[in-house]
Design a protein around this ligand. Sequence first.
Ligand SMILES: Nc1ncnc2c1ncn2[C@@H]1O[C@H](COP(=O)(O)OP(=O)(O)OP(=O)(O)O)[C@@H](O)[C@H]1O
Ligand SMILES: [Mg+2]
Length: 483
Amino acid sequence: MKGAEYLKKIIQGDHKYRDLFENNRDGVYITTLDGTVVDVNNAIMKLTGYSRKEFFRKHSTEHYVNPADRIKFQNTIKKDGFVKDFLVALKTKSGKHLYCMLTSTGLRDDRNKIIGYHGIIHDVTEIKTKERIISENEKKFRDLFESSPDPIFVESLNGTVLDVNRAACRLHGVSRDKLTGRHFTALIPKGYRKLVKNNFDNFVSGKLNRLESYSIGKDNKIIPVELRVSNITYESKPAILIHVRDISERKKAEEKLKSSYEQLRQLAKHLQNAREEESSRIAKELHDELGQAVTVLKLELAFIGNKLSAGILNDDDICVLKEKTRSLMELVNGSIDSVRRISAHLHPVILDELGLIPAIEWYTGDFTKRTGIICTARLYSDGGAILNPDVSVAIFRIIQESLTNIIRHSSATAVRIFLNMKKTHLSVKISDNGKGFDINRLDEMRSNGITGMNERALSIGGVLIVSSKINKGTIISLSIPVP
Ligand SMILES: Nc1ncnc2c1ncn2[C@@H]1O[C@H](COP(=O)(O)OP(=O)(O)OP(=O)(O)O)[C@@H](O)[C@H]1O
Ligand SMILES: [Mg+2]
């Protein structure tokens, strides 16, 4: 008997089989060895959307999304006599993919020869779709996890590292498998372990989600880090997710800020002391020079007054009085000079009256006279710039402080001041031929003079650069835009 007819006979002949066939909720089919559909139940119609007639018209292979699956299926049956839970994708009438678990055996004739297949198709499309979505989501989250520039650690509630991203491997300079399975404390420098350990329970309970600590980075470098923690479920168990951010740059900036605050505080203190010193210097000068002069003046005037009140003056008296008035005149002239000098040092009036260039000329001339250090000033102006008084005073004070430093520290024999005042820009250079100093040590010197000069330059929108070479001298350059 031919295979297909034999198979039909099997179906029709056995009522129990027929019943099982028709009423099965899974798809049931019978095909010949070459793939001709012999019979299918209603469930297959429902699953595929074909009518019985349409289904019969197609060869089995046409129902497969991947026809090679049918060959695999046939080979398995040939080898084992059956297939179980064989996952295949079939095409529905509308073109959608139907994922099925196929369980099938060969149908044999009375001589035990396989003449066809019968099997059950169990629809797993929904499960497959869910699995696909889950795996797509997993991939999405994995991608996010991996592409984060910050190192991320997943840790169990007892602190064992369960997973890490690429950035974490980069931070520690080791591969993923060298990090997973370790306790997190192994990644923290000894001195800081306690801090994180003590706070770990707070991470777990959600009471704390941010902490600054240190991490052992690549080549055992100690890196300041900020930890941000959130609670998650990882592989169905509660876990914590730790974002680690390298805050070296922030720490450096904080240190710098702290040190410039410190410098400014020092400067403020210095300015206050300087003001006190200045006041007491002026008081002393007033007392020693003017006070004495005025006292002498008073005594001598009293003497002259007495002489005049005594009445008749002889020639000697007149001579004495003449000499007295001459010396008193000298004393008064000296006092006038003292007043001028004291007031010029307090605030050079010349700066207000004649401007910056004459004030510098006067000051450098006085400097050479006082110190013996030759000071040459080349001062140019194209006449276009009108300086705001604040700017003039700032430049003048910077030059003064530079010259004071030269006297105090440089042992220089010559100083040059170059000033070029243009319409939009002003530059000043003060250079000496002294012993110079190591400018890298300026920060630790905690000096106020140069800090003050810097602050003055900044306050008028300028920039001050100090350069110095040991035994080659020092140059202070100031550059200011003229508004
Ligand atoms: N022209 C210079 N030649 C050699 N060393 C200098 C010169 N100018 C500054 N220095 C060095 O730089 C240091 C800092 O100078 P700065 O004016 O800031 O402070 P200071 O003069 O020591 O004290 P002050 O706060 O009273 O000015 C000085 O102590 C000195 O060592
Ligand atoms: Mg100084």
